[in-house]
Write a protein that binds this ligand. Sequence first.
Ligand code: ZN
Length: 272
Amino acid sequence: MRLLHRTSLLLLTAVLGLAGCGTGEPAGRWAGPTASAGTTPSPTGTATGTATPSRAASPFDGRLPKFDPPPVPEKITLAGGPTAPLLNRIPTTQRVAFLTIDDGWVKKPEALALLKAAGIPVTLFLLGPVAAEKPDFFTDLHRNGATIQAHSLNHLSMPSLSYERQKQEICGSADQLGKLFGERPTLFRPPFGEYNQTTLRAARDCGMKAVFHWTQTVDKGKVRYQGEWGKMQPGDIMLMHFRDAYADDFLAALSAMKANNLTPALLESYLP
Ligand SMILES: [Zn+2]
């Protein structure tokens, strides 16, 4: 099943030329009890052997950029109506950017150490059944700055599905992730970034505030920019996946933000 799934993913990715949703993205959101808007997430894990109140020492420290805490978020407004709005970035002038991580198939143990060491919020767009395979992995991330949002059940191309099937994929994953992590997702990222008006209607009917694309992707430690190479704008949303090069991708994403004088912020904190 996984082989089939990956094969179809590769085919779709090749056909569509999409960088998103390759072989493993997680979904989620930073709704941890200690993660309040506008503040740096504080690790909730027990400090092992150190009395450091905020960040634990880690082998990544030399490579992790340091950031000032994000500003108090200026919330945007979202369109109402029968369809959920689609956004690829947050319209803001505040010098913030957002790191999102999709799928969840590849669960690298360093993900937790990196998140703790970085002390930043990230949003995970997870597949319900994939998260359910090993929920502890994502619970640990959730407790350390990751919020969890929905990315469907089966990672299918939404436009190929009926309204009822799309609703099943979106509502089903939101329900499952809500049960696993204690908070039902309110954001949806369609697999491969593929959607149609039916997707946006189904997302709305499943209680989604918005559907998200992205502005930059990161893979194998390299950032793929839209527009001028190396340039990011306030409000940009970076997409990486839970893949083998997780650490390289994570570090590359943060380095790109740092180079553009942007601070990682919590995506959800900008939404009404
Ligand atoms: Zn995906």
